[in-house]
Ligand binder design. Structure first.
Ligand code: PLP
Length: 367
């Protein structure tokens, strides 16, 4: 989808805040930690190419979730190591090899299929994924891990890394985290050889379990200035919000008492009032459940009234404002603030989902 640039709804990305956040998070980590920035899903909705370019001098590599995301980075001229965290289809392996992209091997069956297909795996870099309790992808015991290592050696592939992923690193209770960690360590002890990269730390693990960093971290959420735990755990250092979302009033009217607004005519003005219309809706990721949330106009909270439409919302204004008056949906306005976390709280979801849902229709401006 082309971004709608002739519409006043826009996302601004603060690249300095991004770099600041990366510094904040990596400062307390062991000095030789290899920092990989996780830029999957269009850098969590922040616009992957400018984000990757901004971070290029600060990171050792990038992680993405699929092969197309990796190729997009290569096509943009990013020469760093790139690791695909998800399972790539067998017929994508040759493409990955050509583009020097590291792949995750998450099951014996997958690698056996690649071998059976007579693919040339020589020099292709692989990271073995160990499922220590997340339950999505990965092998679950030492024996299988070691079979993978053998098979990679036989194929003259590169056993570049081994990793796992924690399910509860963002929670106060450490019991399950400790179980997963112990399992991972057992598997490392049994390895016939150590790969160059050993990693288990996403954002939450890097922030709240800095002592369990092996020699590489995979940082996503925190780079974007978000707290991976939502509000459960406090960050040990401040981070800066990276994304803001603004629009403008494209229509303002005064309604008499008793007028209806929106699909279903579900809102009726309780008295004479001013209503403003904004060009943003559920097709932009401002989902229908945002009805009732308030946005900022002239430093004041203005509630979304009536249903959220595909392309428009209506808000109640305290007075008449001129056309083109700025509106802040995420960001600061005269000491007031609306954060991604506020959206997440209102929707009963996590901040990750809010930023990922902001659609490509909204142009991103990186400054
Ligand atoms: C998405 C992802 C990450 C990054 O997680 P954050 O919480 O955003 O830091 C790290 N590792 C894996 C395997 C992931 O899928």
């Amino acid at each position: 989808m082309k971004a709608s640039r002739h519409r006043p709804t826009q996302i601004s990305i603060d690249l300095e805040a991004l770099s600041y956040n990366l510094q904040q998070v990596t400062k307390p980590l062991p000095i030789r930690t290899q920092v990989y920035a996780v830029v999957k899903a269009n850098a969590y909705g922040h616009g992957v190419i400018p984000i990757a370019k901004q971070l290029a001098d600060q990171v050792a590599g990038f992680c993405v979730s699929n092969l197309d995301e990796a190729l997009e980075l290569r096509q943009a001229g990013i020469e760093h190591p790139i690791l695909v965290l998800g399972v790539v289809p067998i017929d994508g392996i040759s493409l990955a090899k050509q583009a020097s992209i590291s792949l995750t091997v998450a099951s014996l069956e997958w690698l056996e299929q690649a071998v059976a297909a007579a693919l040339d795996l020589a020099d292709v870099a692989f990271h073995i994924k160990v499922d220590t309790g997340m339950g999505r992808i990965g092998v679950r015991d030492s024996q299988t891990v070691n079979q993978l290592v053998d098979l990679l050696d036989q194929q003259e592939a590169k056993f570049e890394g081994i990793f796992t992923h924690f399910a509860t690193a963002d929670q106060a209770d450490q019991t399950y985290f400790d179980q997963q960690l112990a399992l991972f360590k057992d598997i490392l002890v049994d390895l016939p050889e150590m790969p160059r990269l050993i990693h288990a730390s996403n954002s939450a693990t890097s922030v709240w379990h800095a002592d369990t960093v092996f020699n590489m971290v995979r940082l996503g959420n925190v780079l974007y200035g978000l707290n991976p735990s939502g509000r459960e755990l406090e960050l040990p250092y401040p981070l800066k919000p990276v994304l803001s979302l603004t629009s403008e009033l494209v229509h303002i009217k005064q309604l008499p008492k008793g007028a209806n607004i929106g699909y279903g005519a579900t809102y009726t003005s309780p008295s004479e009032e001013y209503i403003g219309t904004l060009p943003i809706g559920y097709a932009d990721g401002l989902v229908r459940a945002m009805q009732g949330f308030s946005v900022l106009v002239d430093g004041q909270a203005c509630p979304i009234v009536g249903r959220v439409s595909m392309d428009q919302i209506t808000i109640r204004l305290p007075k008449a404002y001129p056309l083109g008056t700025p509106v802040t949906l995420i960001g600061q306005d005269q000491g007031m603030e609306r954060t991604v976390q506020d959206w997440a709280d209102y929707l009963g979801t996590i901040n990750y989902e809010v930023v990922c849902l902001l659609s490509d229709r909204i142009p991103r401006y990186h400054e």
